[in-house]
Design a protein around this ligand. Structure first.
Ligand SMILES: C[S@@+](CC[C@H](N)C(=O)[O-])C[C@H]1O[C@@H](n2cnc3c(N)ncnc32)[C@H](O)[C@@H]1O
Length: 265
C-alpha cells in the first residue's frame, strides 16, 4: 500500500460506504472488509464462464449497477455498457472509477429508476438484473418491462425464500382447490412489511419456484439456475406461448397510451 497514491485511498473513503468491493488497478480495494467476503467477485466467479468472453459489438445493460463491478467486467470483454441505478451515492462511485481507471471503453452510467426503462426505446443483447428484484415494490411490472429490452440473454439474481421444491402447475384450478396453493413448491413471494437484515428497502422475496414461474410467464425460455439464486434466461418472441400478460395493463401502469409510439407496440 505504501507505493499507492494517497489520493486514491482518500477518494475511496470520501465516496464510501461501498457495497461493491472493487479491486482497483492501483491495488486498492473499495470494501475489503465486506460482510459478504470478496463481493461481488465471488458471485462473478460463479457466472463468468456462462457469459461470452468476447462481447465486442454487444450492448449490455446493468440494472442497479451500484459501483459498477459487473459493468466493468462486461466492458473489459469489449461490450458497450450502460449501467443504471436510482442512487446517486453509488453512481458517484461508479463514475469515479470509470474516470480514474477505465479511460477506454468505460461503461456509461446514468441515474435511472428501473421503471424508467419503459420509456427507453432500445434493446440490449445482454441485461444483468441482479440484486434488484426484491427491492422493488412493483416487481412483476419491472420484470415485464425488462423482458421487453432483452435481445439475447438476461442474468437474473434475487434474494429467495428457502426451499428448492417446484410444483408444476396444472392449466387450471377449481375455486375450491385453493389448498394446492399452500404446497411448499407452489410459486410464492413473501411480502416484507418492515425490513430484512436491517434493510427496509426490501419488499418481496420469491421462492425458487416463483422465480421460475415468473420468468416463464414474463416470456423467458431456457431458464437455467447457474448458481444459488442466479438464473440465466433467453427471451422468447411475444405470442410464442399460450397465456400472456396483458400489454394494455402494462401500458396503463407505465403511462403509455395506446397511440404513443414505442418499441413495445
Ligand atoms: C443489492 S444492490 C445490487 C447491486 C448489483 N446489481 C449487484 O448485484 O451486486 C441493489 C442496487 O439496486 C439499486 N436499486 C434499488 N432499487 C432500484 C430501482 N428501483 N431502480 C434502479 N436501481 C435500483 C440500488 O441503489 C443498489 O445499487
Amino acid at each position: 500500500m505504501q507505493n499507492i497514491p494517497q489520493s486514491v485511498a482518500k477518494s475511496i473513503k470520501r465516496l464510501g460506504p461501498w457495497f461493491h468491493n472493487i479491486h482497483l488497478p492501483s491495488g486498492h480495494q473499495t470494501a475489503p472488509e465486506h460482510f459478504l467476503g470478496d463481493f461481488p467477485s465471488s458471485k462473478w466467479r460463479q457466472i463468468q464462464s456462462r457469459i461470452p468472453r468476447n462481447l465486442k459489438g454487444w450492448t449490455c445493460l446493468d440494472i442497479g449497477c451500484n459501483a459498477g463491478f459487473y459493468s466493468y467486467e462486461l466492458a473489459k470483454r469489449g461490450a458497450n455498457v450502460l449501467g443504471i441505478d436510482s442512487d446517486n451515492h453509488y453512481l458517484a462511485q461508479a463514475k469515479w472509477i470509470a474516470k480514474e481507471f477505465h479511460p477506454e471503453n468505460a461503461p456509461h452510467f446514468e441515474k435511472m429508476q428501473i421503471h424508467d426503462l419503459s420509456r427507453l426505446n432500445q434493446k440490449f443483447d445482454l441485461i444483468l438484473f441482479m440484486g434488484v428484484f426484491y427491492h422493488l415494490r412493483y416487481p412483476a411490472l419491472a420484470l415485464d418491462t425488462v423482458s421487453m429490452h432483452v435481445r439475447k440473454l438476461m442474468v437474473f439474481q434475487t434474494l429467495t425464500m428457502a426451499g428448492d421444491e417446484v410444483v408444476k402447475p396444472r392449466r387450471d384450478y377449481g375455486l375450491h382447490e385453493r389448498h394446492y396453493f399452500d404446497a411448499s413448491g407452489w410459486p410464492k413471494m413473501a411480502f416484507i412489511e418492515h425490513a430484512v437484515a436491517g434493510d427496509d428497502t426490501n419488499w418481496w422475496v420469491p421462492n425458487h419456484s416463483a422465480v421460475l414461474a415468473m420468468l416463464r410467464s414474463t416470456g423467458f425460455r431456457k431458464i437455467e439456475r447457474v448458481a444459488h439464486e442466479i438464473y440465466l434466461c433467453q427471451p422468447e418472441k411475444r405470442g410464442a406461448r399460450g397465456r400472456e400478460w396483458d400489454l394494455d395493463e402494462w401500458k396503463a401502469a407505465t403511462g403509455h397510451g395506446r397511440t404513443r409510439g414505442s418499441c413495445h407496440d
